[in-house]
Ligand binder design. Structure first.
Ligand SMILES: CC(C)(COP(=O)(O)OP(=O)(O)OC[C@H]1O[C@@H](n2cnc3c(N)ncnc32)[C@H](O)[C@@H]1OP(=O)(O)O)[C@@H](O)C(=O)NCCC(=O)NCCS
Length: 144
């Protein structure tokens, strides 16, 4: 996961140590992987992580191998997180996304997420021309 992470988030990816710290928080956290290939020759195609605390869930991460994007894996991983959140008793799920991450924003908005807050200039990476806003998005998991 850390190797794929470095390719998906070249500037601010999580380290292997961060993934171990995430996995140590199971069952509150849960991580799901998409695997491609046949038995014995599987490759990691993507992964996604969820936190559930009380009736609210948070998407910790979603990432798909650059060579396998646009084939529905990101949506399937996200739907897996939603199912897990519902099972765990959550009524809504939140996430944070960079305002300039168009594929991810499109994924979330077409799957029922709406922007509920903007954190101005939240992402500041070394060498970047200017800070980038973070959008907090929320999806209701149960109807009124
Ligand atoms: C965001 C990401 C997970 C999407 O994964 P994916 O497997 O390519 O997504 P899918 O093929 O399942 O597409 C699902 C939806 O995403 C949107 N989408 C995907 N790629 C897109 C693109 N290049 N441009 C615009 N919208 C896009 C579409 O709305 C699509 O829905 P549709 O197929 O019903 O039209 C992937 O681009 C990725 O790993 N990006 C780098 C990591 C990242 O930014 N993660 C999110 C952090 S908040």
């Amino acid at each position: 996961m850390a190797e794929l992470e470095a390719r998906c988030f070249p500037h601010d990816g999580w380290s292997a140590q961060t993934f171990w710290a995430e996995l140590a928080q199971r069952p509150r956290r849960s991580y799901w992987v998409a695997v491609d290939g046949t038995a014995g020759e599987e490759e990691l195609a993507g992964y996604a992580g969820l936190d559930v605390a009380g009736d609210l869930a948070d998407v910790m991460t979603v990432a798909v191998d650059p060579g396998r994007r646009g084939t529905g894996l990101g949506a399937r991983l996200l739907e897996t997180l939603h199912a897990r959140a519902v099972d765990a008793g959550a009524v809504a799920v939140l996430l944070e996304v960079r305002a300039d991450n168009e594929p991810a924003r499109a994924l979330y908005s077409t799957r029922g997420y709406r922007v509920v807050r903007t954190r101005r200039g939240y992402y500041r990476s070394a060498g970047a021309a200017s800070p980038v806003d973070a959008l907090v998005m929320r999806k209701e998991l149960v109807g009124p």
